[in-house]
Design a protein around this ligand. Structure first.
Ligand SMILES: Nc1ncnc2c1ncn2[C@@H]1O[C@H](COP(=O)(O)OP(=O)(O)OP(=O)(O)O)[C@@H](O)[C@H]1O
Ligand SMILES: [Mg+2]
Length: 238
């Protein structure tokens, strides 16, 4: 017997399984013998093609939650299912494969290699994926062109503005065509105009690829462009 979804619960994409299923995630840390409970009960789904903003006060656990979603950290309890795979009991090998193939990251501080060109920076995940050099260069060039940096292929990070550096980081995040893009305060170090441009490109590229986006932000202008906002209050989602 099949159970029909409740008509009372809004189903944004009724025919799809969620890409992310976050089910009762908790995370605590122990510092000098004292337990610090950071995440208590985080529960929500994200579907392909959706843009979800995570908001909340400083210290509410947003970056901690994003690390769990990015498979960079493991929860203390609950289950995180990514693309149909329950991850809590997976070993490091399968976790890092899922992460590399399925998730792109954009951080507030860009994290580019200073001595390398934009082209080389975008190609870093493709080196790790074992893509041959010629294909890598051509794919990196296409990605930089897609974010409007076709004229900056050989520039190093210090020769680029903050907004341009973040566009390089975005191209790098997209390089393996991830199903999920995670961004932690991607506009936090940028002026209003660069912020608008980076969000335009993030959302446009996600739409083209039908990727889901989860973006942590303090900026109401960023949050209002999301399809949905998840608020973290003292480690609980609402
Ligand atoms: N590895 C850790 N060990 C101990 N405590 C930690 C660790 N990581 C995070 N915390 C604590 O968890 C809480 C939430 O941190 P987190 O970085 O997730 O907050 P945030 O919501 O991203 O804040 P902000 O908006 O300032 O970036 C903080 O009190 C922090 O000190
Ligand atoms: Mg944070």
């Amino acid at each position: 017997m099949t159970t029909a979804p409740s008509p009372l619960v809004p189903q944004p994409f009724p025919h799809q399984a969620p890409l992310l299923r976050v089910d009762g995630l908790t995370r605590h840390f122990t510092v000098s013998g004292t337990r610090i409970d950071v995440l208590h009960d985080c529960t929500f789904d994200v579907f392909r093609g959706e843009v979800v903003a995570i908001i909340g006060q400083s210290g509410s656990g947003k970056s901690t939650l994003l690390s769990l979603l990015g498979l960079l950290d493991k929860p203390s309890g609950g289950e995180y299912t990514f693309d149909g795979v329950a991850t809590s009991r997976l070993g490091e090998g399968p976790r890092s494969r899922l992460r590399g193939e399925g998730i792109g990251f954009v951080f507030q501080q860009f994290h580019l290699l200073e001595r390398r060109s934009a082209l080389a920076n975008v190609g870093v995940p493709l080196v790790l994926a074992g893509m041959p050099a010629l294909r890598r260069r051509s794919r990196s060039r296409d990605l930089l062109e897609a974010v409007g940096l076709g004229h900056r292929l050989h520039s190093k990070p210090h020769q680029l503005s903050g907004g341009e550096q973040q566009r390089v980081a975005l191209a790098r995040a997209l390089s393996r065509d991830p199903a999920l893009i995670l961004a932690d305060e991607p506009t936090g170090a940028l002026d209003a105009e660069s912020s608008r441009m980076i969000m335009d490109q993030l959302l446009e590229q996600a739409r083209i690829r039908d990727s889901a986006v989860v973006v942590v932000t303090h900026d109401p202008k960023v949050a209002e462009r999301a399809d949905r906002v998840v608020e973290l209050v003292e480690g609980r989602t609402r």
